[in-house]
Design a binder for this molecule. Structure first.
Ligand code: IMP
Ligand code: MG
Length: 185
């Protein structure tokens, strides 16, 4: 399958994704029994994963889709990333961040810091995928779907230059010569 200039091959099938999601959901339900966690799926990448995961969650919970915005701060430190779309107080809440993929882990680090500064009770991370780069750096993901190497992937919410998010399966391309071709958030 070709998207723009790149060739992709099938990597993780629909059924495999479904089974993994059911397993993650069951684990979370056990860990959060008696609590009312707040799920924060990060747009755009997590729209499909977040929706499918939440269909399997039957304990009481809140859901708020959020986005990361980059803006240039008043100080000269360059780009600052912040969460937008938070429509309720997270004070004293058990937070579950829902991410599509963790690569360098930089995005995630910022989000976790910001959420902790809001006086939350706990902050944990659910991610469908984690790349080798994050694994090597020891980026902690409590609930993880799949460990992958450094291949670039699209589908099931993940994009290449804005394309491919609608695909029901995950596709990969060889990571060679792909420097700088990260998807959008
Ligand atoms: P990080 O800050 O390097 O961990 O970047 C994570 C974000 O980059 C993810 O939420 C994705 O939006 C994007 N990203 C990283 N790797 C890929 C990929 O292989 N395909 C599509 N998007 C990716
Ligand atoms: Mg993302």
């Amino acid at each position: 399958m070709k998207i723009k200039d790149l060739d992709f091959e099938k990597f993780i099938g629909e059924e495999e994704i479904k089974q993994k999601i059911a397993f993650i959901a069951e684990t979370i339900e056990n860990h959060y029994a008696g609590k009312t966690p707040v799920f924060l799926p990060i747009l755009n990448g997590s729209f499909m994963f977040g929706a499918d995961l939440l269909k399997h969650i039957s304990i009481p919970c809140r859901v708020s889709f959020v986005k990361i915005s980059s803006y240039v701060g008043t100080v000269s430190s360059g780009q600052i990333k912040t969460l937008i779309g938070l429509d309720e107080s997270l004070f004293n809440q058990d937070i579950l961040i829902v991410e599509d993929i963790i690569d360098t882990g930089l995005t995630l680090q910022k989000i976790v810091e910001e959420l902790k500064s809001l006086g939350t009770k706990s902050v944990e991370v659910i991610s469908l995928l984690r790349k080798k780069s994050a694994r090597d750096k020891g980026i902690a993901v409590k609930y993880l779907g799949f460990e992958i190497e450094s291949e670039f992937v699209v589908g099931y919410g993940l994009d290449y230059d804005g394309l491919g998010r609608n695909l029901r399966e995950i596709y990969k391309t060889d990571s060679e010569n792909l420097a700088g071709k990260n998807g959008q958030v």
